[in-house]
Design a protein around this ligand. Structure first.
Ligand code: MRU
Length: 365
């Protein structure tokens, strides 16, 4: 998407410098910094420390990590070592494992001398595919927004609520949950987006930055405000992204998503999830029981991180010294609370029938 007139993806190959470059998201929305990712340790750190984040983007980044590994040593042993090294960086978003599996399956049959070139081409393909998937999700989501707009008095905005950042920064481009917003905005449909701050990492600030850069009206709210807004009829539709959705349609996403879905159900507000197919885990049925939830450093909760006046990243303690913090990073919204899944192939029910109807190649025998 465009920033000050220049089109950016969230990662790109710099052919002149022969290196992958990323936007270091730890500095956003305060500072736009581009950094190279040049070693295997750089790749692992970038994913774990959330310099890159969001399920589709960490998948694409991991694919470039595998390409680097194949350049350094294209042996089977190094391929397996790179898979393990990168896969353990974050446990919940399935796109990471999906991308690494896809790379390994494609590269393993090749002679070692061809693996580096093929791995690089595959990483670029995964990145390009992500852009197209998200563009299509946007086109399908736009139709839902259009239907809601048609029922409102002319000129009244469709009021959306979103959680975390499922924007272009969380993907290679467009975003998943934001793609319908951008396409509706471009189509001239008036919108207003309630943006959850999303403690503890405040990804809502990234969403606010994105929406602000594209002129989409929005308001930044605390994580606990959504239920109140829904009770007062101020939300027409909730739309979030997902880090892993099971074959029965259970949606794992940023911590707090489940509470939004409960509030939406209680208030008759449609709750949609923008779902690229690489985020579907066909091996899992019951998301609550089976999806591993990342437990991050408690310091992200006991302290608030921000950019200091001196230009560094600083932390301010919000709890008494010694208070124990708990930091589950994701939760699971059961499929019964989800109105629909917006995929690149269309919108379906959050159910095994719904998903396997759109993706019959994955339907279980
Ligand atoms: O911890 P993060 O910032 O990587 O979590 C991101 C999310 O939960 C997003 O909603 C999800 O990855 C969907 S991104 C299109």
């Amino acid at each position: 998407m465009k920033i000050d007139g220049t089109h950016y993806r969230s990662l790109w190959w710099n052919a002149e410098r022969d290196v992958l470059e990323i936007i270091d998201q730890r500095w956003l929305p305060h500072d736009f910094r581009v950094i190279p990712v040049a070693t295997m340790q750089d790749f692992a750190d970038a994913i774990y420390e959330m310099r890159v984040r969001g399920a589709p983007l960490i998948g694409a980044t991991a694919a470039y990590g595998m390409a680097l590994a194949m350049r350094e040593d294209p042996s089977d042993a190094n391929m397996d070592a790179a898979w393990t090294f990168l896969e353990k960086t974050r446990p919940t978003a399935i796109n990471l494992r999906w991308a690494l599996d896809r790379c390994r399956a494609a590269l393993r049959p090749l002679p070692q001398g061809e693996r580096a070139t093929a791995a690089h081409a595959l990483a670029a393909e995964i990145a390009d595919e992500d852009v197209e998937i998200n563009r299509r999700i946007g086109a399908h989501g736009l139709e839902i927004i259009r239907e809601i707009a048609a029922k409102k008095p002319a000129g009244e905005p469709v009021r959306l609520l979103t959680h975390c950042n499922a924007g272009w920064l969380a993907t290679v481009d467009w975003g998943t949950a934001t793609s319908p917003m951008y396409q509706a905005h471009e189509a001239g449909i008036p919108l207003h987006v309630w943006v959850d701050e999303t403690r503890p990492r405040n990804q809502g600030a990234l969403t606010a930055w994105e929406l602000g850069s594209h002129g989409v009206p929005h308001t930044y709210i605390t994580d606990n405000a959504g239920g109140h807004l829904m009770q007062h009829g101020l939300v027409d539709m909730v739309i979030t992204g997902t880090d892993r959705t099971t074959r029965q349609g259970d949606v794992c996403n940023k911590i707090g998503t489940y509470l939004k879905a409960l509030a939406a159900r209680d208030n008759g507000v449609p709750f949609y999830v923008a779902l690229p197919s690489p985020t579907i885990d066909w091996t899992v049925g019951d998301g609550v029981a089976e999806i591993p939830i990342e437990e991050r450093n408690a310091r992200e909760v006991t302290h608030i991180q921000g950019v200091t006046d001196e230009g560094g990243i600083g932390h301010v303690r919000v709890t008494p010294e010694g208070t124990e913090g708990g930091n589950p990073a994701f939760d699971v919204t059961p499929h019964r609370l989800v109105t629909g899944l917006i995929t690149e192939r269309g919108v379906c029910d959050a159910s095994e029938e719904g998903l396997s109807g759109l993706f019959p190649e994955h339907a279980q025998a």
